[in-house]
Design a protein around this ligand. Sequence first.
Ligand SMILES: Nc1ncnc2c1ncn2[C@@H]1O[C@H](COP(=O)(O)OP(=O)(O)OP(=O)(O)O)[C@@H](O)[C@H]1O
Ligand SMILES: [Mg+2]
Length: 494
Amino acid sequence: MHNDTEKQYLLKAIDEFVGRLIVVSPDFEIIAANYKVKKLHGSSIIGRYCHEVFWGRPSPCDNCAVVEAQTKSKASLRPKPADIFQKHRIPCYYAYPIYDQNHIVSYVSVDFDLPINSGLEEKFQRTNAFLKNLILNAVDCVIAADRKGNILIYNDMASKVFGYSSDEALDSLNIRDIYPEGVAYEVMRKLRSDEYGGKGKLRQLQVDGVAKNGEAIPILLNATIIYEDGEEVATIGFFHDLRDEIEMKDKLDQTRLQLLQAEKMASLGKLAAGVAHQINNPLGGITLFTKLILEENELAENIEEDLNRILKDAERCRETVKELLEFTRQTRYLKQPCDINEAVSRTLFLVKDQVLFHNIEIKKELSPTLPKISADIQQLNHVFMNIILNAAQAMEGRGVLTLESGLTRDSERVFIRIMDTGAGIPDDKLPHIFDPFYTTKEEGEGTGLGLSLAYSIIKNHGGTVNAENNPDGGASFTIEIPLKTGEENERTEL
Ligand SMILES: Nc1ncnc2c1ncn2[C@@H]1O[C@H](COP(=O)(O)OP(=O)(O)OP(=O)(O)O)[C@@H](O)[C@H]1O
Ligand SMILES: [Mg+2]
């Protein structure tokens, strides 16, 4: 075949080649490009730098095959393994030098990005794509970072949980930013030690993450260091958002408490109903016969007075029994407009005549103009009862019990403060008093449930309950309940 024709065919063959083929000078200027490249980037690329044209970079790409061909003075194949760990994909896959006599004058760079049907490469690409998909769509956050903390992988779930978009994360986020200060360092220290799941591994560490909006997110972290030729190149972390689990656990705890409450109240209720029945009958007799005697004429005045007192006291007994029944009758949770002062007074009515309260002065500083709140009055009675009993117990039956109510400054909540002059709560115990089963009382005297029940009831009303020590001794419990607490007549079966 004629030499020229052969050259023509050769040129055509290069042009028809499915991949991108360029010839670059040793300083990366494009000297020639095949049809495919020109179609994609225009003919004006000749004379420009390849890294700038293809990747918008001012300098040669990391891992460029031409660079390797240059250093080794021989052909270099840089397929794109592990490109999921590379922020910038490898632009040049295969490069080889062109010699003029003994000098290298230029390099050919061939891009195998389009599938060439050699089985291995295709399989490799498919596996790669599969892995990428797997990571991007994983149900947990997957975040990988290089040694400096620059983000290399950041999947969809990570965007959802941490709030940074994928672009934002890859461009400007540092792995340290998703932890509270110092924690990233701590995580790396644990990863490198072999005590937390083996060297380079970290299993099931519970840490706090920090979202873009500053929210702390409880996380269960599993992480691994990725080594290449024995050197650390990146870390990859699998972050499991624990918020749903924690919320569910809280709800379960609350339900358990409510059940305990219901149980406690049910047995109290049964007892009360029995006692009420036994008391009501003789009370009926007392009232009836007193009235009969009163109807007789010519009673001495002082006797009439005494009889009226008997009637009044019998009436009081009946009231007490009725209150006791009301108090313990609790089968469901029902919010209705209610007067918080009345709830406090009703509780006091039940306790004030008990021996424990005989030497306790009760001061009521209740605001007379409180608006009604939507609440379950019986549940609130339990709360006040628990706190008032605790106060009386803390004062060992002697002191001043002050009950205050009012509106908070922003007028959005009512507050009730119950203050005693007892020994107060030691600072180290203060964080625990609302925990279920926490008690400092002797066995048989306290179950440690009173305040935890109070807490869960107030939480159900969208409110808060706080304890503190008074500057001049004794403890104060302050309950705040929002005026608007959701639907009225909202029922929750216990
Ligand atoms: N007014 C108070 N002054 C000092 N300590 C208090 C006061 N109220 C509560 N405490 C402390 O908090 C603990 C927990 O109170 P809580 O009402 O939950 O349980 P309890 O009173 O010990 O038992 P229970 O109420 O189930 O009979 C108490 O044991 C006590 O140590
Ligand atoms: Mg108690």
